[in-house]
Design a protein around this ligand. Structure first.
Ligand code: HBI
Length: 360
């Protein structure tokens, strides 16, 4: 049940590194889609602003032209603040400034300096959902400035992610939420393991390939190949591994094939802010074997809905794979329903909005 007497008018501003539906936005694309759906279910009016060529059914979409932002995780910690000429990010926020009075609240999903910098110049409040842990000094500084100047407006997806920032105690932990009706429970998996995510160095795919090769179980891989050199190196380093790349799939197809897996392997090198794909796996009854690092370590119930493994330990992955038969796939689905449904997320979102709107 919604906490608000009247529906809110909400403007959601997307990441600027790729069009929605391209996969370049990584977890944010799915997060944005789920949050928009959760808020609509609560009766609120939701509009999304996103780069041109974005596709998202069921929600009014304002698409904005301009050049995409460079991904933050590929810059060094001391990276300068950059915007390309005719930046889509700048154009999106120029639009937001023009229409802001039609909305009660704006929600920013971009991990970029500009939306935070612009916050004091807007008349309408802006809520910021920070989608990654600390990456650059410039972002840490501007996010902290807004966390201090506009208390309660910064949200994250896990405690671990918050703790990568000096201002962890100023971050609200929203976790995440998913439309679980899109995921079918699969009781009888095939003899296969799964790995899902942007194929890039920070995701540690090579460890999953190494573990799968040792146990002799095929590894199915899905996600956008963001770093082609990195992918080619893995293929060269593990020529005998039984790996199969299945491409970047929309949710309906991904859940079909992910569900047929004995387990999902999560091998993040960085502090994964949350790990959306862990919930997608649990929702299909698939246990999660994850490094005890970042968001997945707060999701997996060790020994019940998966196994938590010493970070960067391929042997740890191998040992966990050997103990999959001790886990109950029904318990995995039940955990997704108990903690990560759209309803659970709606409640966390509305509590966040309430604290922000009370202050205006
Ligand atoms: N980089 N500059 C920038 N801006 C983003 O919004 C962004 C990014 N890199 C990755 C990313 N967003 C998403 O894939 C993650 O937040 C999930």
């Amino acid at each position: 049940m919604t906490r608000f007497q009247h529906p809110l008018k909400l403007l959601l501003l997307s990441t600027s590194v790729g069009a929605l539906g391209s996969g370049l936005g990584g977890g944010v694309e799915l997060t944005l889609k789920n949050i928009a759906q959760a808020l609509k279910h609560q009766g609120h009016q939701v509009t999304i602003v996103a780069p041109a060529h974005s596709v998202l059914e069921g929600v009014p979409l304002v698409t904005i032209a301009g050049n995409l932002q460079i991904t933050a995780q590929t810059q060094g910690g001391d990276a300068l603040i950059t915007l390309p000429p005719n930046a889509v990010l700048g154009n999106m926020w120029a639009h937001a400034r023009q229409v802001q009075h039609e909305y009660n609240l704006l929600i920013n999903f971009a991990y970029d300096w500009l939306p935070f910098y612009l916050t004091p110049f807007f008349e309408r409040p802006i809520a910021h959902l920070v989608s990654m842990g600390s990456l650059t000094d410039a972002m840490d500084q501007i996010i902290e400035q807004i966390a201090v100047g506009f208390p309660g407006t910064i949200a994250v997806h896990s405690r671990a992610q918050a703790e990568t920032f000096q201002f962890a105690d100023r971050c609200r932990n929203l976790q995440n939420g998913f439309d679980l009706s899109l995921y079918e429970f699969c009781a009888q998996p095939k003899r296969q393991l799964a790995w899902v995510g942007r194929i890039a160095p920070e995701k540690g795919l090579e460890d999953a390939v190494a573990a799968a090769q040792i146990v002799g179980i095929p590894l199915k891989i899905w996600g956008v190949i963001q770093d082609r050199v990195y992918w080619n190196q893995i293929c060269a380093d593990y020529p005998d591994a039984a790996i199969a790349y299945g491409g970047f799939l929309p949710t309906s197809e991904l859940q079909q094939v992910l569900g047929q897996s004995q387990a999902l392997l999560m091998t993040p090198r960085w502090v994964e802010a949350f790990g959306n794909v862990a919930i997608e796996a649990l929702a299909c009854g698939v246990p999660v074997i994850a490094y005890r690092r970042g968001g997945p370590a707060e999701i997996v119930r060790d020994g019940e809905t998966g196994w938590l493994v010493e970070p960067d330990s391929v042997d740890g992955l191998v040992n966990a794979i050997a103990q999959l038969d001790r886990l109950d796939r029904q318990a995995c689905r039940r955990q997704a329903e108990a903690e990560y449904s759209l309803e659970a997320m709606s409640d966390r979102l509305e509590a966040w909005f309430e604290t922000i709107l009370k202050k205006v």
